[in-house]
Structures are given as structure tokens and as C-alpha cells.
Design a binder for this molecule. Structure first.
Ligand code: GDG
Length: 728
């Protein structure tokens, strides 16, 4: 007996949420407290789910590897072991010296080194091998970040149907930056192995789509990319934080005790807080220079305001980082040297990391949090600051180059290259009255509470499963000789066959003048051949007069104007009028999902329609969502008789009760005894017909292979060939 194949989720990232520390002969496994680890904890710790990645130490013996495997297995993790050379070339090299600077627009620092590239490919393959060892066809794989851009396609090559999601945590650069990479096409094709690709902001998504189109020559329609017969989706999904955790830590006795201790030693001065990893993308020197300018221009702040600056050590043995560290040290030295008093230090500078409760005490103490990166995918520090402000007092100065600025429009937004603006924004933050602080903080807290890390994880997994479902329902098989014979022999055997045929593009080609597309002799002969045995329905968008005229000599039923007009053979034309609103509940749920992911949008309910408004949504994002919503509804809900209409900043879903699907369904009732059902069509209105067909019907899409139909053919001539064979 075959064992039932379970379906699990596999999370993959360069680093596991654990750190191995070698203590002499022994290995200690320290959990990581990062936001991603917390958010994904709700997934990877469940059942058979698993997180794959590098455990953070190069292991030297088989015994160490075996122990690591065993310990990690107990925590639902599996290691990908990397050598020192892997780390040097793939991680430090290609990931951090090629991709990182390029994606953050620091191209002057990008190294284009072939050895790095080879190592990057090889390590991505190592990850793929590890996934393939663990993955079943029904599993879902969620791959994270820029170190693993090739991984989706490597897995896809071996598991064509598996569900793969990818999330990029750093910015995706403009085409103008990305095109500089010698391996740009390979990287894009690597990413396109995924079914759903998530980015922090709409701009990242837009840049990715533009690179895919211009560098890989693969077009997209509103975020949907058709590639290798798969419909892939790219979308913005800003990552949140574990809001409640930060709020709880901010209220913990240990945090309060630390705050009192730190305050006692610092004094009562106003604090500007900055927390970053040592990196040139963070704009640390620019910020220090702005602070120096502030003191110079507004001497009233001397002895009243200080910066508390935490820089977390990172790669400070590498050239550029070493230089950056030296530059920061010099600037801090210069400013402190010039302005310090015995009782006051302008910059409290720490080049080290702190435990969470210390960080939380800093967040509580800060009057202003200054987050001024030159470029940042999201930036979680500013979100943690907001969550830690239990009394809602304090102000955030935020670079518009951080992804977080798209959500936190109530911060004081700055361009980090504009020193004058930064100085004035810091001043405005220091001077802001409490009422305004609390107003702004309330808005930002509400946003972050709602779009928290758990919500982000749920949304990602939902998106991926919707994309995959739509993809699976839309994959057709090219009608080959074998399937043609199957259709033919089923038709021959049937006693009461029923055939729905769209007209333009299905039975006839397209002409400049629509009236010129009238049936020719061959077509009449085919239709008349079929009607000797079958009930044939011409189901078209054409008006009833034209259809009636063209087929007046044929023994066919007619459906005109996409289902508005119906006419059985020898009967008169009539219309459908009954309206219902039973579809609304299900569609509201879908729309709720869009409202949750699109801040500023809302739903209006009318008697026979629902309206999604996006006038207040970030420019561009509303338009992108419209495309997505329209196609989502078309594919998921059109068998419920809905029409999706785009208006001025609105999308309206109407109960028309009128479409080809409904008309076809009525006709199937009329011919209840049908023992062979076939439908052929070429455009989106025919999708409605395909969707109401019983599962054993032969549905045929003319043109692309993306359809709810089972089979596809290339053009109307091939439809005619098939019908001729059935007649023969
Ligand atoms: C990448 C993208 C994106 C910092 N110092 C200490 C400490 N931290 C914690 C912070 C925060 C985290 O580190 C830093 O998060 P960021 O978002 O700022 O940056 P990266 O981790 O480099 O992240 C970034 C992120 O991915 C998520 O997608 O936002 O744009 O570059 O959580 O609190 N934690 C402790 N001590 C410290 O001294 N305990």
C-alpha cells in the first residue's frame, strides 16, 4: 500500500535562526531572536515543517556535523554545511560584495568577479540538493533573500509542479542598476523558478518586473508573468514586526530598571537614537554631519541634546567597512572633541550589540529616533521604536529611501542626501509638541499593529497558495493526435452530444471589418455535418441580428452578446432577467484580503454590486492592485455571474447574471441527457463557459495555454480540423 504523502512547508534562508558557538570541544546552539525567526516560528515549528540553512559555523569533523544535524532536527531545522571557501566566495563575495552594493545603488563598490559567481552557483546548488532530499511534490517551499536568487529555478528544474515562494528582504534595484550585473539574466531566470515573488514595496516589485521584461525579454501583465507555461505573480508585501513582543518588552521590569540606570548616568538631556549595523547603506557619516550642523546652527541645543548611537559590528576587517568604521570614529571624535563639556557628551557611541532589554530601554528613553539610511529594504528599527513607545511620546525622523517610509507617512520624512532638510527635521522632531507626537504615533502604531509579522506570514502563504491554485486550474494540455482520437471516439460513441462553439477566433479568423468574418462554405459544411448528430450552440459576443442572419439555414441554437440573448432552434430570441446577490459574501472575503494588503482602500456595498475604492492608496499601488483584483476575480469568481468593471479609482463587481457561463449552464439543463459535452473558445469570455462545464467535458482553448480549459489548440484552423475529424 502506498503511504499517503503529507504536505509540509520548507523555509529556506542563508542562515538558520540559530547560532552555533564552539565552546572547546563542545557545540552550543543559541536561538536567534530576529524578527524573521519569530514570525516564521509559527510555521517551521509545526508538524513536519522544517527550516533549511547554514547554522553559522564552519564545522570540521563528521562528528560535529552529525551532532549538529541531530540537535537541529529536534528543533525542526536541517543544516546546509558550508566550507570556509564557500563563505568567503559565495557569502562575503558574491552576496555581499556584488549583489548587496548593486541592489543598494552603491555600484562603485560592486565587485564583478567570476570566481565569486561560480561559488554562488555552486552553493545555491548545495541548497537545492538539500531541499530535494527533503521535499515531496505536495510541499510548499519558501525561499528568503538575495543569497539564494538562483535557488527557485534549481528546485523547479527537478520538481516542476512544486509550490515555491520567494521573498526579497533588500531593495530590488532599478533596471538601470541591475543591468550592470554581468549575470543579470541568470539571476532573473533563477528567481522566476518561484510561483510567487514578494518584495517590501511596490517600487521594488515594479523594478523587478521592468528588469524581467527588459533584460530577460519576458513581458508581464499587471504583475502576472507568463513563463514556461506557468503564471507567476510578483507583489509588494511589506514585512511587519512582532508588535506585541516589543510592546511587552518595553513594559518589562528589567527594561524599566535599565532605563532608570541609564538615565541616572546620562542626565536629563533629550536623546536622539540611532541603531544600525555597520554598513555604508545606512548613511551613518551623513547623519553625524547633519548633527554637527544642527549644533552649529542651533547652539541652544548644546548640553541639551545628545545622540545615542549604536553601531552593530559587521565585517570590519573588509576594506570598505574598515574605512567606514574609521570615518565614523573620526567624525565622532571630531564632534565630541569640539562640543563636549565635562557634564555633557554630544554623541554616546557604542560599537557593539546590546541585549534586547537594553535596546528596549533605549527606545523608551529616546525623544527622537533618527533612521536615515541611503537605501534600506524595509528597516525594522523604526518599527520597533514605534512599538516600544507605550506612552506614544516621541518622534520619528525617517529616510524616504527606507521601505518603511511607504507605510509610515506620519514620520518626518527626509532625503538623507539633503543635509539641510535633515537638520530641520531633527529640529522639528525635538520641538514637536506632545499632542502632535501622540497623534502621529497613534496612527503609526495602529498601522504596525495591524500589519504585524504574523499577518505578513499569513498573507504571504495565502498569496502563494492562491497563485498556485490559479496556476493549476489554468494549465492546459496541447491537443495532440492522441487526445484528438480520444475526443473523436467519445463523440462517435455518444448518442446525444452537445457542442458549444464560440465564433470569432474559434471558428473563424479576425478581419478588419467584423462583418467580413461571415461563415464561409467550409464552415457551413462543418457545422451542418455536426448538427446531423449533435446539438450545436454558437455562443458568441456578436449581436443577435448578425448571428440570426448568418446561421438562419443551420440547425443550431444561438447565444448572443455574451449570454444576453438566447435562441433555441426554431424558437424566438429571449433574455435572462432574474438577479441575485448570493455571491456577495464570498467576494467580500476576497476583497477584504485586498483591503488588508492595500492601506487606504475600502469596500462599498450596493444592492447588486460591491465596489472597491482605491483613491487614497499610494500612487501606482492602487493601479497595480486593480489589475491583480480584476484578474483574480475573473479567474476565481466568474462562475458566479459577476462582471468586473474598472471605473475612476474604483473596481465594481456587478451581479449581471449574464455571461456565457450562465447561458451555457441553462443550455446544459435543456439538454440534460447529453452524454458528450464539448466547448471551444478563444478569449476571456469563454473562460466562463469552460468553468461551468462538467469535469468530463472536452474544453478547448484556442491560443494560449493559460486557461480553465483542459486542452489548447493554436488557431481556429486547428478547431476546424478537429471538427472535421469528428464528422468523418
Ligand atoms: C534586512 C534588510 C529589512 C540591531 N542592533 C541590535 C539588535 N538589532 C536588531 C534590530 C532589528 C534588526 O537588528 C535590524 O533590522 P533591519 O531591518 O534594520 O536590518 P537587517 O537585519 O540588516 O535586514 C532590511 C530586513 O532585512 C527585514 O526584511 O528591514 O532593510 O536590510 O530587529 O532590533 N538587536 C539586539 N541588539 C542590538 O544591539 N538584540
Amino acid at each position: 500500500m502506498a503511504a499517503k504523502q503529507s504536505s509540509k512547508t520548507i523555509i529556506v534562508s542563508n542562515r538558520l535562526p540559530v547560532r552555533i558557538v564552539k565552546e572547546g570541544e563542545k557545540l552550543a546552539f543559541m536561538p536567534s531572536e530576529g524578527g524573521l525567526a519569530t514570525g516564521l516560528g509559527s510555521i517551521y515549528k509545526q508538524g513536519d515543517n522544517i527550516w533549511l540553512g547554514w547554522p553559522g559555523a564552519v564545522l570540521n569533523t563528521k562528528a560535529e556535523e552529525a551532532q549538529t544535524k541531530k540537535e537541529l532536527k529536534e528543533q525542526n531545522m536541517a543544516p546546509v554545511f558550508l566550507t570556509e571557501q564557500d563563505i568567503e566566495l559565495y557569502y562575503e563575495g558574491f552576496s555581499n560584495e556584488t549583489l548587496w552594493p548593486n541592489f543598494h545603488y552603491f555600484n562603485q563598490f560592486s565587485e564583478f568577479n567570476h570566481e565569486y559567481w561560480e561559488a554562488y552557483k555552486a552553493v545555491n546548488q548545495k541548497f537545492a540538493d538539500q531541499i530535494l532530499k527533503n521535499a515531496n511534490p505536495n510541499d510548499t517551499i519558501w525561499i528568503h533573500d538575495y543569497q539564494l536568487l538562483l535557488l527557485p529555478a534549481l528546485v523547479r528544474a527537478e520538481r516542476p509542479d512544486i509550490s515555491i515562494g520567494f521573498f526579497l528582504h533588500i531593495p530590488f534595484p532599478s533596471y538601470e542598476s541591475f543591468r550592470l550585473l554581468p549575470w543579470r539574466r541568470e539571476l532573473l531566470l533563477g528567481m522566476l523558478g518561484a510561483d510567487f515573488l514578494g518584495f517590501h514595496t511596490y517600487d521594488d516589485t515594479r523594478h523587478f518586473l521592468s528588469s524581467v521584461s527588459r533584460l530577460a525579454g519576458i513581458g508581464n501583465e499587471h504583475g502576472h508573468i507568463n513563463y514556461n507555461n506557468r503564471q507567476i505573480m510578483a507583489d509588494a508585501l511589506p514585512m511587519g514586526i512582532d508588535y506585541d513582543k516589543y510592546a511587552e518588552v518595553a513594559a518589562a521590569p528589567e527594561t524599566l530598571e535599565r532605563e532608570v540606570r541609564y538615565r541616572t548616568s546620562i542626565g536629563s538631556e533629550q536623546l536622539i537614537l540611532c541603531i544600525d549595523r555597520l554598513d555604508y547603506s545606512k548613511g551613518i557619516p551623513q547623519r553625524l554631519k547633519a548633527f554637527e550642523k544642527l549644533l552649529e546652527r542651533y547652539p541652544e541645543y548644546l548640553e541639551k541634546v545628545s545622540i545615542l548611537m549604536v553601531v552593530v559590528p559587521s565585517r570590519d576587517q573588509v576594506g570598505k567597512y574598515k574605512e567606514l568604521k574609521e570615518e565614523i570614529d573620526l567624525l565622532v571624535g571630531r564632534i565630541n572633541g569640539q562640543y563636549s563639556r565635562l557634564s555633557w557628551t554630544p554623541i554616546h557611541y557604542f560599537y557593539r550589540s546590546f541585549p534586547l532589554h537594553a535596546l528596549s530601554a533605549f527606545y523608551r528613553m529616546a525623544h527622537v529616533c533618527l533612521v536615515s539610511p541611503m537605501r534600506d529594504g524595509m528597516n525594522l528599527v523604526c518599527k520597533e521604536f514605534i512599538a516600544s513607545k507605550l506612552d506614544k511620546k516621541g518622534a520619528l525622523v525617517l529616510s524616504e529611501m527606507a521601505g518603511a517610509s511607504k507605510e509610515l507617512s506620519d514620520a518626518l520624512l527626509i532625503n538623507p542626501n539633503n543635509r539641510y532638510q535633515m537638520v530641520e527635521a531633527i529640529r522639528e522632531a525635538l520641538e514637536m509638541d506632545e499632542k502632535e507626537q501622540m497623534q502621529r504615533m497613534t496612527v503609526m502604531q495602529n498601522t504596525l499593529k495591524r500589519y504585524n509579522i504574523y499577518n505578513w506570514v499569513d498573507l504571504f502563504m495565502n498569496r502563494l497558495s492562491i497563485v498556485k491554485k490559479a496556476q493549476r486550474s489554468l494549465t492546459t494540455k496541447l491537443l495532440d493526435d492522441k487526445s484528438t482520437n480520444t475526443v473523436k471516439s467519445a463523440y462517435k460513441k455518444s448518442k446525444e452530444p452537445l457542442i458549444f462553439l464560440d465564433y470569432d477566433g474559434t471558428l473563424q479568423g479576425f478581419y478588419g471589418d467584423p462583418q467580413a468574418a461571415k461563415p464561409d462554405a467550409e464552415l457551413y459544411s462543418i457545422v451542418n455535418g455536426l448538427t446531423k448528430k449533435a446539438n450545436v450552440i454558437i455562443i458568441s459576443g456578436r449581436d443577435k441580428t448578425t448571428l440570426g442572419e448568418w446561421f438562419k439555414e443551420c440547425k443550431v441554437d444561438l447565444i448572443g452578446e455574451h449570454g444576453v440573448w438566447l435562441k433555441a432552434y426554431k424558437e424566438d430570441w429571449h433574455t435572462i432577467t432574474n438577479l441575485t446577490d448570493t455571491w456577495k459574501e464570498a467576494i467580500s472575503e476576497v476583497l477584504d484580503g485586498y483591503v488588508a494588503r492595500t492601506p487606504g482602500s475600502f469596500i462599498e456595498e450596493k444592492d447588486y454590486s460591491l465596489v472597491w475604492h482605491y483613491r487614497k492608496v499610494e500612487t501606482g499601488l492602487g493601479e497595480l492592485r486593480t489589475r491583480e483584483l480584476t484578474s483574480h476575480l475573473k479567474y476565481l469568481a466568474s462562475n458566479q455571474n459577476l462582471q468586473v468593471l474598472e471605473g475612476d479609482m474604483v473596481v465594481e463587481i456587478k451581479s449581471t447574471e449574464i455571461n456565457k457561463g450562465r447561458a451555457a449552464r441553462n443550455w446544459m439543463k435543456r439538454y440534460e441527457g447529453a452524454d458528450f459535452i464539448m466547448a471551444a473558445g478563444d478569449d476571456w469570455t469563454d473562460e466562463d463557459t469552460f468553468k461551468v462545464m462538467p469535469s468530463d467535458a472536452y474544453t478547448i482553448k484556442v491560443g494560449s495555454s493559460n486557461s480553465a480549459a483542459k486542452f489548447s489548440v493554436n488557431n481556429y484552423e486547428e478547431v476546424r480540423e478537429l471538427l472535421k475529424k469528428m464528422n468523418s
